[in-house]
Ligand binder design. Structure first.
Ligand code: PEP
Length: 256
């Protein structure tokens, strides 16, 4: 059966009362439904405790938006994986293009984070994606494969049961311009093929989300693509009714 993970990246949004409202509405919306897809919310660090308490005993899983790779020490301003584990975080987004762009994160750093997350028994959501300029120059796959080589360096095939890759074309994030079905299909086929060959994996065992301006309106088309295993959703995950609609659409696809 196709695996589907619908994850909401709340980015730097929500004060505690807003986070409480948002997650409470999501919990109410999925109550008594037998969902097969995984539902993940990734609030800012300051709301992890609130959200963690509210989702306890629900089907919603907790994600964080970043971490540092050292477990503790003199790293002012950073958050460690044990700190996140304390709040029952299961997924950690790493390599998001906003972190690469605004905080100069490199593939080498992302690789260190990925290893530390896996060693702690948590699951990285590793984001990769090309810029518009790179796409226009015909370099999309050169860029994606290079990011995969560096971000996944020294990882083992057995790690893949805990790894999620998110293909997020930089030009589609927060712009309202999603990649076309053909572009997503091509990229997902190529990425799965590349990882499958490199790690000797069955392509169906690789979990590959799409991210970039996913909405309730385009999610049916995107999530129906064979090699798409869910979505990483920014803006649309901040409105519970839209996020719930996308979850419903994912569920209908899984059960059809
Ligand atoms: C994201 O934050 O990963 C993202 C894809 O954002 P948006 O859905 O707003 O494009």
């Amino acid at each position: 059966m196709k695996k589907m993970i619908i994850a909401g990246n709340w980015k730097m949004n929500t004060l505690p009362n807003e986070a409480e409202n948002l997650v409470s509405n999501i919990i109410s919306g999925i109550q008594n439904k037998d969902y097969k897809s995984e539902i993940v919310v990734c609030p800012p660090f300051t709301n992890l405790q609130t959200v963690s308490t509210l989702i306890y005993n629900s089907k919603i899983k907790l994600g964080a938006q970043n971490c540092f790779y050292e477990p503790k020490g003199a790293f002012t301003g950073e958050i460690s994986i044990p700190m996140l584990k304390f709040f029952d975080v299961e997924y950690i987004i790493i390599g998001h293009s906003e972190r690469r762009t605004y905080f100069s994160e490199t593939d080498e750093l992302i690789n260190k984070k990925a290893k530390a997350i896996l060693e702690s028994g948590l699951k990285p959501i590793i984001c990769i994606g090309e810029t518009l300029q790179e796409r226009e120059q015909g370099k999309t796959f050169e860029i994606l494969f290079n990011q995969l080589d560096l971000c996944l360096k020294d990882l083992k095939d057995k790690n893949f049961s805990n790894i999620v890759i998110a293909y997020e074309p930089v030009w589609a994030i927060g712009t309202g311009i999603s990649a076309t079905t053909e572009q997503i299909e091509e990229a997902h086929n190529e990425i799965k093929h590349y990882i499958g060959k490199k790690f000797n994996l069955n392509e169906d065992d690789i979990v590959l989300q799409y991210g970039g301006s996913v909405t309730a309106d385009n999610s049916e088309e995107i999530l129906s693509i064979k090699n798409v295993n869910g979505a990483l959703i920014g803006g649309a995950s901040l409105k519970s009714e839209i996020f719930l609609k996308i979850i419903d659409i994912a569920e209908n696809i899984l059960q059809s």
